[in-house]
Ligand binder design. Structure first.
Ligand code: XCC
Length: 636
């Protein structure tokens, strides 16, 4: 077991010795045995694109400076990077496509488990896409919205940009990105284009490749945006709700079902049917019936919409199984460790895969389809109840750590809270407080957790430091999970860590919104795909101020980034004009050219750029510095 780590999350600290007793490995043990990691890979200068390779460039300049085909370090690094962006875009947008196709099925009456929960949002989405709603019923509008959305996956005319990209950014930004040739017209075509141009013997110009990467990142943005908005249409737009987070949300006397992954299509229905199967759980001996908890972003989805407690975030997902109290771990897509299939051999936990493209050795597969969603969800709950009967009481060890978390801050929820201060012009109070300096700026925390840093530590350290400087904090994905687990989504955290002027604003809005106290220190905006909620707020602010996004005192931070999806998100944030911090060294430093473009040259091109800083306190300082710089340029 790796004890070189200091865990901010005491639940993990408490469970780790049990892992050793059981003779099991965790992600931290495997990380340790992987040391030293491949230096060529870390620098991004290993090329495995064709089978003449693998090739690697000597970073010290003594050995090979070109691969067998002649590609140099800059080409290799750029190709590797943009392939990662394409993978991230494919992941998010396939999720989005699934939601859009489900909306179409709902509209056509083929998905009985689903309905349109938020008609108001449907109408606003239709208006945004330029669709007329007059004289049409909800189903007709839903069908037109679904079909218009699917066009963003199929349009062949490359001079027409994706609607979900064009309609969701400032006009100035859209023009700039169109002029640069990086606006996507068709998400799938852009992803395929990246795979094509990075094939052996194709694009070798690193700058041209990187521009292709920006386009890929905007395809990712498009897929994420439509995914969030259409999920709200089907499942409801999040509103503030009080819940709890960390492993202490598991209950010894309940059938615990953990929903894990990203796509809410099945987990929502599991939540729907669980109530009606509670009695079966009690008959099996579970005095408290069924307890659904979340992991990773499926967890964030049901947490934000339904107040379902969050058990943990990405890196500590194994810990949930190691409590011995999770009866079923139900997974859909992305960020699911294959090690779960191994761990369940030592515990009674039933790992259940549900998507045809995401199977894991050792798991039971319950194939989910929209048409059979209700039966699939019931089957999952039945399997959990059966597993509960096999529980070994001696192996149960639930660390008693859980924190209150006020979550569910969709853009609509933020505007609604602000409207309590100014009904006619809800944005005005936020803008006024930014202009007068009570709020210095806004920071969005996104991205994963990784073995490369002590889990959750960077998130918490940077957030507290920025809050002290009166920066408004937003979070999604596993960053949001970290803050929820560690008590930063509470009113107490606002009292403890917010600077005086920020605290006054959060208190005024929170009290006006009926929270009997301030808003939480960090606003939970949802899962990874929901990063676009923050863009909705930022774009509204930019439009109101009459400037583009690259002028706003808005920054982003992915201090523990890990996945290809995070690479794509970071890149579109930068492309939209938002300076974005990375707390780990990205695998690009084997090319001075690529590194310089990402951290410097992009600033002239799009206004955003990457800030790489592994020390969290210094990172907070740099982010605050950017905010001050932008305020100064705006004359505020
Ligand atoms: Fe995965 Fe969304 Fe990263 Fe967490 S944050 S490790 S991508 S679950 Ni998006």
């Amino acid at each position: 077991m790796n004890k070189d780590y200091k865990f901010v999350d005491q639940a993990i600290e408490e469970l780790l010795p049990k892992v050793k007793e059981a003779g099991l490995d965790t992600v931290w043990d495997r990380f340790k045995s992987m040391q030293p990691q491949c230096g060529f890979g870390e620098l991004g200068i290993c090329c495995r694109i064709c089978w003449k390779g693998p090739c690697r460039i000597d970073p010290f300049g003594n050995g090979s400076q070109r691969g067998i085909c002649g590609a140099d370090a800059h080409t290799i690094v750029a190709r590797n990077l943009i392939r990662g962006i394409a993978a991230g875009a494919a992941a998010h947008s396939d999720h989005g496509r699934h939601i859009a196709l489900t909306l179409l099925e709902v509209a056509e009456g083929h998905a009985p488990a689903y309905c349109i929960k938020d008609e108001k949002k449907l109408m606003s989405v239709a208006a945004r896409l330029g669709l007329s709603t007059e004289g049409k019923n909800v189903r007709q509008v839903a069908k037109e919205v679904a079909l218009a959305t699917l066009e963003d996956f199929s349009r062949q005319n490359s001079s027409i940009p994706c609607s979900w990209a064009r309609q969701t950014m400032t006009a100035e930004r859209a023009e700039k990105l169109t002029a640069l040739g990086v606006m996507p017209h068709n998400i799938d075509a852009v992803v395929a284009g990246i795979m094509n141009r990075t094939h052996v013997g194709c694009d070798a110009d690193p700058v041209n490749l990187l521009l292709g990467g920006l386009k890929g990142a905007l395809a990712d943005y498009t897929g994420m945006y439509l995914s969030t908005e259409l999920s709200d249409v089907i499942f409801g737009t999040p509103e503030p709700v009080i819940t709890t987070a960390n492993l202490g949300v598991l209950k010894e006397d309940a059938v615990n079902i953990a929903v894990h992954g990203h796509n809410p299509l099945l987990s929502e229905i599991i939540c729907d049917v669980a109530g009606s199967m509670d009695e079966e759980a009690r008959q099996a001996g579970a005095k408290e019936g069924i307890n659904i908890v979340g992991v990773c972003c499926t967890g964030n989805e049901v947490m934000a919409r339904r107040g379902i407690p969050l058990a943990t975030n990405y890196l500590s997902q194994e810990m949930a199984v190691l409590t011995g109290a999770v009866d079923a771990m139900v997974v859909d897509v992305q960020c699911i460790m294959p090690s779960l299939g191994v761990l369940q051999e030592c515990y009674h936990t039933q790992l259940i895969t549900t998507m045809a493209t995401n199977k894991i050795p050792g798991a039971v597969h319950v194939e989910f389809t929209e048409k059979t969603a209700l039966e699939d969800a019931r089957r999952v709950v039945e399997l959990a109840i059966e597993a509960y009967k096999r529980r070994d009481k001696n192996k149960i060890n639930i660390p008693q750590y859980k924190e209150t978390a006020i979550v569910g801050f969709s853009a609509e929820a933020v505007f609604a809270a602000l409207s309590k201060l100014n009904k006619e012009d809800p944005l005005k109070p936020l803008l006024d407080n930014i202009v007068n300096g009570n709020i210095q700026g806004v920071a969005l925390f996104a991205g994963c957790s990784t073995t490369r840093v002590a889990q959750d530590h960077n998130f918490v350290t940077i957030a507290r430091e920025l809050a002290r400087h009166n920066v408004l904090l937003l979070a999604t994905g596993c960053g949001a999970g970290a803050f929820a687990k560690l008590g930063l989504m509470t009113q107490e955290a606002t009292e403890a860590y917010a600077g005086d002027s920020l605290k006054a604003v959060l208190t005024a809005v929170g009290e006006a919104a009926g929270l009997n106290g301030p808003l939480p220190l960090v606003l939970h905006m949802g899962s990874c795909v929901d990063n676009t909620r923050a863009v909705t707020v930022a774009t509204a602010l930019a439009n109101k101020l009459g400037v583009d996004l690259d002028k706003l005192p808005v920054v982003a931070s992915a201090p523990e980034a890990m996945s290809e999806k995070a690479v794509a998100i970071g890149t579109w944030a930068v492309t939209l004009g938002i300076p974005t911090h990375l707390g780990i060294i990205p695998q690009v430093t084997g090319s001075s050219l690529v590194t310089e473009v990402l951290t410097d040259k992009l600033k002239d091109l799009v206004g955003g750029y990457f800030i790489v800083e592994t020390d969290p306190l210094r990172a907070a300082g740099k982010l605050y510095e950017v905010i001050r710089e932008r305020r100064k340029a705006l004359g505020i």
